[in-house]
Design a protein around this ligand. Structure first.
Ligand code: S3P
Length: 437
C-alpha cells in the first residue's frame, strides 16, 4: 500500500499577517469550460492550480482545446467555439471533482460525439442521478452505473428545452442544465429551491451570453455564442474559511486575507461567524468581472453558539467542516439542520466531522440533516480525514485551540483545492508538519 500524507499539528498558536489563498475552485472550473467553447482567446489570472481544476483543464485538452500551461495562476485558452470540441480518445478522468463531473455532463450531453466520465473512489460513490434525470428529460442519452453513480456514458442526441424545478439546492445541477441549454433550440428555465452559487450565470454574462435571472429562476435561450474575455479569479472563500475560523479561535490573532471572493451566494461563512460573535471586517470591497471581492480582516473574539439559519446553509455549504470547529470552540450550543447535502460531499461530512470531534472530546449529537455541537475544551489525538480535503484542513486549524497535538491521516487530497496549504498555514502561525504513514 502506498504511503499517504499526514499532518501533525502542535497545539495552540496565533494567526498573524496578510495572506492570499489560492484561486476560487468553482470559478476556475467554469473559466476553463467557458473559455473552451468561446470564440477567441480567453486570458485567465488567479486560476486554482489544484487537482480538481486541473481535471477540468485536462479534459478540455483531451477534447482538442489548446490551453497554455498555468503559471502562477495565469493561462490562456484558445476557444474552439460552441461546436469545436473533438471526441476524446479515452475516458475523461474527473479525479475527485464533483463539479467537473456534473458540469461536464451537461456540456457533453449536447455534443456530437460519445464519451465516458470516470472519477476516483470518492467521486464514484457520489449521486449522479440529480444530473442524469433532468438531462434525460431534455432527450440526453446518458447511462450511469447501477446505483446512479459514475462511470457515466454519454452518447450524442438532440436536446430539447427544459423547465426544471430543482429538488435540491445545487449549483452543480443548475450549471449542468444551463450548459446543456446553450445547445438547445428554444428557451429553458431552471428554478432553484434556495439561492445557491451563481458563478455560471455571472460568467456566461461576462462572455456576452444573454440570460435572465428573476428571483431563483434563470431563463436562457440556446443558440447564441460566447465571446472570449479576460477573467481575474478571486481567492477562494472556501479556502479562506479555514483561516477565518482559525483566527476567530486563536487568542491574539489578527489576520488579513487578500482579494477574496465575497459573492453574496458564497458569504454564508462570514454571516454565520459574525452571528457567533466574530470580529470580521470586509475591506477594499470592489468588483472584478461581475464578482464581488474584498480583503477580509479577522481578529480573535470569543464565539458563542447559535442556531444556524437554514437560509445560510447553501451559502456556506463547503464551509461547514471549518464552522463545526468554530462551534466546538464557542461558548454554548450550535445547531445545524437542513444540511443533509453534507452527507454526499467528498465524504459524509457530518459523520466524518462527528468522528473527529469525538476523538477531540467535543460533545455533539448527530442528526440526519445536521448536528448539535456543545462548545468545550478541545483535546488531541489521531483523526481520519476520510480522504476529504476539507475535513483534513478543518482539523488542522482545530489544533489552534487544542490542548494536545492533533494528527490527521490521509491528507493528500488537500491538493485538490488548496495546493500549498501546509506552507501557508506555517507562514501565518500554525505549527504543522507534513509526514507520511
Ligand atoms: C459547487 C457547488 C456545490 C459545492 C461544490 C462546488 C460548484 O455543490 O459544494 O464544492 O462549483 O457549483 P452542490 O451543487 O452539490 O451543492
Amino acid at each position: 500500500m502506498s504511503l499517504k500524507q499526514t499532518f501533525q499539528v502542535a497545539p495552540k498558536g496565533t494567526l498573524q499577517g496578510n495572506i492570499r489563498v489560492p484561486g476560487d475552485k468553482s470559478i476556475s472550473h467554469r473559466s476553463i469550460i467557458m473559455g473552451a467553447i468561446a470564440e477567441g482567446t480567453t486570458h485567465i489570472e488567479g486560476f486554482l492550480e489544484g487537482e480538481d481544476s486541473f481535471a477540468t483543464l485536462k479534459a478540455f485538452r483531451a477534447m482538442g482545446v489548446k490551453i497554455t500551461e498555468p503559471h502562477n495562476g495565469s493561462l490562456s485558452i484558445q476557444g474552439v467555439g460552441m461546436s469545436g470540441l473533438q471526441e476524446p480518445t479515452q475516458p475523461l478522468d474527473m479525479g475527485n471533482s464533483g463539479t467537473a463531473m456534473r458540469l461536464l455532463c451537461g456540456l457533453l450531453a449536447a455534443q456530437k460525439f460519445s464519451c465516458v466520465l470516470v472519477g476516483d473512489e470518492s467521486l464514484s460513490s457520489r449521486p449522479m442521478k440529480r444530473v442524469s434525470e433532468p438531462l434525460r428529460t431534455m432527450g440526453a442519452k446518458i447511462e450511469l452505473e447501477d446505483g446512479g453513480m459514475a462511470p457515466i456514458r454519454i452518447s450524442p442526441s438532440q436536446l430539447t428545452a427544459i423547465n426544471y424545478d430543482m429538488p435540491v439546492a445545487s449549483a452543480q445541477v443548475k450549471s449542468c442544465l444551463l450548459l446543456a441549454a446553450l445547445y438547445v433550440d428554444g428557451v429553458s428555465t431552471v428554478t432553484e429551491p434556495a439561492v445557491c452559487r451563481n458563478h455560471t450565470e455571472l460568467m456566461l454574462q461576462g462572455f456576452g451570453y444573454p440570460l435572465e435571472i428573476v428571483g431563483n429562476k434563470v431563463t436562457i435561450r440556446g443558440g447564441a455564442s460566447l465571446k472570449a474575455c479576460d477573467i481575474d479569479i478571486p481567492a477562494d472563500i472556501s479556502s479562506a474559511a479555514f483561516f477565518l475560523v482559525g483566527a476567530c479561535i486563536a487568542p491574539g490573532s489578527d489576520l488579513t486575507l487578500k482579494h477574496v471572493g465575497i459573492n453574496p451566494t458564497r458569504i454564508g461563512v462570514v454571516n454565520i461567524l459574525q452571528a457567533m460573535g466574530a470580529n470580521i471586517e470586509l475591506l477594499k470591497q470592489h468588483e472584478v468581472g461581475g464578482e464581488a471581492v474584498a480583503d477580509i480582516r479577522v481578529r480573535y473574539a470569543p464565539l458563542h453558539g447559535i442556531d444556524i439559519p437554514v437560509d445560510q446553509v447553501p451559502l456556506a455549504i463547503d464551509e461547514f467542516p471549518a464552522l463545526f470547529i468554530a462551534a466546538a470552540c464557542a461558548e454554548g450550543i450550535t445547531t445545524l439542520s437542513g444540511a443533509e447535502e453534507l452527507r454526499v460531499k467528498e465524504s459524509d461530512r457530518i459523520q466524518a466531522m462527528a468522528d473527529g470531534l469525538a476523538t477531540l472530546g467535543v460533545k455533539h449529537e448527530v442528526k440526519p440533516d445536521g448536528i448539535i455541537i456543545t462548545g468545550s475544551a478541545i483535546g488531541g489525538g489521531v483523526i481520519d480525514s476520510k480522504g476529504d480535503h476539507r475535513i483534513a484542513m478543518a482539523f488542522s486549524i482545530a489544533a489552534l485551540a487544542a490542548d494536545r497535538e492533533i494528527t490527521i491521516l490521509d491528507c493528500d487530497n488537500v491538493a485538490t483545492s488548496f495546493p500549498g496549504f501546509a506552507e501557508l498555514a506555517q507562514s501565518c502561525g500554525i505549527d504543522l508538519r507534513v509526514g507520511t504513514s
